[in-house]
Ligand binder design. Structure first.
Ligand SMILES: [Zn+2]
Length: 92
């Protein structure tokens, strides 16, 4: 897992805009399935998830199935975690 800038900064920008417009729900996900990609479009970066990459599948209330690269999933969830921490701090 790398936290540097570069291509990741562009993906993070996309992920943030999707959180803002609701394309990615502001939900902390506990349960995911991971496996090799099958060419589906990633909900984070809009690129296909290829067979050599790890795909993360998220089933939200049995209704909405999201597929993301493991990297994009991590960015999305890390952003929500950061927001929760900020909100908790502001309550004090
Ligand atoms: Zn992606």
């Amino acid at each position: 897992m790398q936290d540097g800038l570069g291509p990741n900064a562009e993906i993070l920008r996309l992920v943030l805009s999707k959180i803002a417009d609701g394309a990615l729900p502001s939900v902390r996900v506990e349960k995911v399935w991971a496996g090799y990609g099958t060419g589906h479009r990633c909900y984070g970066c809009d690129q296909p998830i290829d067979r050599t990459e790890i795909e993360t599948e998220i089933d939200l209330a049995g209704a909405l199935l999201l597929r993301l690269h493991r990297r994009c999933f991590a960015m999305w969830q890390r952003e929500l975690e950061t927001r929760e921490n900020v909100a908790a701090r502001d309550l004090k």
